[in-house]
Write a protein that binds this ligand. Sequence first.
Ligand SMILES: [Zn+2]
Length: 136
Amino acid sequence: MTGNDGNIARAVFFKGPVIGLPDDIPFRSDREYTFCRLCGDLFQPELERVSQEEYTPQVRARSMKMQRWWAENHNRKHPAWEHEQFKLSGRFLTPEATYALVPYGIIPLSDLVFANENAAAGLEAPRISGFDNYEW
Ligand SMILES: [Zn+2]
């Protein structure tokens, strides 16, 4: 289950700016990235960090291809029962993923309102990540 699997429209969520990002983490919240809704691993291809002038449709297409590749590979890291259980939960993110992704400005509003565990994870989540779930 990742951000690119077409289920995004089912839940309300908000992508906001990231505040206090360390210099050695080149994450750009204004560019495309994908993430795992089960564990909160996040992937942004290096291609997403080119300048505005170099951000051509070709670059974007290559980036989307890399993100799909990452998502397909990452999905296999989770057993089928985990995907199934998550689907049945009706949540946008697991509490674990909420904890990992809130620092990146990914706020699952519907989960925070309707799921107590997610609300707790959202409140406990650090405002600045350790960035150990970030790949590029
Ligand atoms: Zn995962």
